[in-house]
Design a binder for this molecule. Structure first.
Ligand code: XMP
Length: 514
């Protein structure tokens, strides 16, 4: 939680862009918090000292009884408000304007916007392009409001009551298709709310380290470190605050990528001098996975074994009162809870044991978006290899080996994966690919090497581009990259006779093969 009162409330009415709005505000160095409209009253808004409010869009129509409505008192709190799309219609509806619906006035996509002279539109040209997505529209603004923008089909594309600092836009300033969207957000923050730019990662680091020092005074803290971005940044931040009272447990289950375990150890134990317990549990995981071929069963075994190992290590430690977790803001919003005492069932650590008793849980990154976490990581001196690491599944290479997981297969896959990643990273196409890796199948085929017949395994190369990993497109890697990777893999790794490239998007496929 920021100590500053320079903060914006993003009042969420179910719009698909709610996180994007908060990120746009934060990119201007102003702290923004998303709250569901049903989770906060106007009285609480005042108590929590917000400096301005943004009403998000939403899929509903204000006429629908069941659609999200809000206490009209919010308009008289004396706080500046910007309503966006549904939020704009809701503002009009609450203040007594006329909102109507007409098929022929719906707009979708890029639309020409004409704006008048208004603080919201400082440095916005009289005509520009905005992004529209609506069927209902404001036909008549409420008393006290004036129309400040129009489009061909929309008589009121923006309105304001400048006396009360209430502003509303029918279009979406938060999406990049609105040419001057960021400028409009900037105007709202700095010309209308008159905020200062206090949300800076340097400030965050020092404020957060100070507050962790206070709340964790005299206490020992345990963190499950996976080597992924979130737990890594949490570790370094906590270490800055409480030094040797932090212990990190890094479970090396033997399913990591080439040299990954050593990189984690070298970084945290070596460079940062953090108390790190690396548990070399490779044999243990392999023996549990022996003979198992079913993907879900593999995941379950790995998750459960992870818990057992972590639990054993935690019990060995003397008096550890606090469990730390690398939960970040999207996790908090998506879980809808925001309850610090609930131990998150984290993908990467397989769900931490509820029966290990900790007095409390600390989540130092729970206010940050991923890009902010990365910025903090860089500022704290974490290497780029860790800060910009691609996502890696908790069950590791086990879900990239089809069929039974064995040491031999793991060794082959690690090498093939390292070669493919190296070839992509050496090419300039790395920017277009968000996740790229190799998969080892059980399919064997005939090959020829020199004059001899070979019979070996098939490696699949997979590379995808995605924003959110819910959907993904296979990347059109240049042939030269594929050719080089294929030739190196078949030449350098014994046992591989064939390399294929996965050209399936998600859906219908998933990113991982298992
Ligand atoms: P799928 O295969 O579901 O993957 O399309 C989407 C994204 O999630 C990652 N993934 C996981 N991450 N634990 C994780 O921490 C898991 O069990 C897991 N399974 C998939 C995957 O790498 C991709 O980025």
């Amino acid at each position: 939680m920021t100590s500053s009162t320079d903060k914006i409330l993003v009042l969420d009415f179910g719009g698909q862009y709610n996180q994007l709005i908060a990120r746009r505000v934060r990119s201007e160095h102003v702290y923004a918090e998303i709250r569901a409209f049903s989770s906060i009253t106007p009285e609480e808004i005042i108590k929590e000292k917000y400096s301005g409010i943004i009403f998000t869009g939403g899929p509903n129509s204000v006429f629908d009884e069941s659609s999200p409505h809000y206490d009209p008192k919010v308009l008289s709190l004396g706080l500046p408000i910007l309503g966006i799309c549904y939020g704009a219609q809701l503002m009009a509806y609450m203040a007594g304007g006329e909102v109507t619906s007409a098929e022929n006035s719906s707009e979708y996509g890029k639309t020409e916007l004409s704006v008048s002279d208004n603080p919201l539109f400082i440095d916005v040209p009289a005509k520009s392009t905005c992004w529209m997505s609506h069927t209902d529209y404001i036909k008549r603004p409420p008393a006290g409001f004036e129309i400040i923008a129009t489009t061909d089909k929309c008589p009121c594309a923006a309105m304001c009551d400048s006396k009360r600092n209430l502003y509303a836009v029918q279009f979406h300033p938060e999406v990049t298709h609105t040419d001057y969207g960021q400028q409009i957000i900037r105007n709202f923050l700095f010309k209308i709310c008159r905020l200062s730019q206090s949300w800076k990662m340097d400030n965050f680091i020092s404020a957060s380290a100070n507050s962790l020092q206070k709340t964790l005074a005299g206490k020992n803290v345990l963190l499950a470190l996976s080597g992924g971005v979130d737990s890594s940044v949490a570790a370094v931040l906590l270490h800055k605050a409480i030094g040797s009272r932090l212990t990190c447990v890094f479970v090396d289950h033997g399913l990591l990528r080439k040299d990954e375990g050593d990189l984690v150890e070298k970084t945290f134990s070596g460079a940062f001098g953090i108390n790190l317990i690396r548990v070399n549990a490779q044999e243990r995981f392999l023996s549990k996975l022996k003979g198992v071929t079913e993907p879900e069963k593999k995941r379950k075994i790995i998750g459960e074994e992870f818990i057992r190992v972590f639990e054993e290590e935690a019990k060995k430690l003397e008096k550890t009162e606090v469990l730390a977790q690398g939960t970040i803001y999207p996790d908090v919003i998506e879980s809808g809870k925001g309850d610090a005492a609930v131990i998150k069932s984290h993908h990467n650590v397989g769900g931490l044991p509820k029966d290990i008793l900790f007095e409390s849980v600390v989540e130092p990154l729970r206010d940050l978006f991923k890009d902010e976490v990365r910025e903090v990581g860089l500022k704290l001196g974490l290497p780029k290899e860790i800060v910009f690491r691609q996502p890696f599944p908790g069950p590791g290479l086990a879900v990239r080996i089809i069929g039974e997981v064995t040491k031999e297969k793991l060794d082959i896959l690690r090498e093939a994966d390292a070669i493919f990643r190296c070839e992509i990273e050496n090419s300039r196409y790395v920017l277009g690919a968000n996740q790229y890796f190799a998969v080892l199948t059980d399919v064997k085929s005939v090959g020829v090497m020199g004059d001899a017949r070979t019979y070996g395994r098939t490696v699949v190369l997979r590379s995808v581009a995605t924003d959110d990993f819910m959907t993904a497109e296979w990347t059109k890697l240049p042939y030269e990259v594929l050719e080089k990777a294929s030739s190196r893999i078949t030449n350098e790794i014994k046992g591989i006779t064939r390399v294929v490239y996965d050209i399936t998007s998600k859906p219908p496929a998933t990113v991982e093969w298992e």
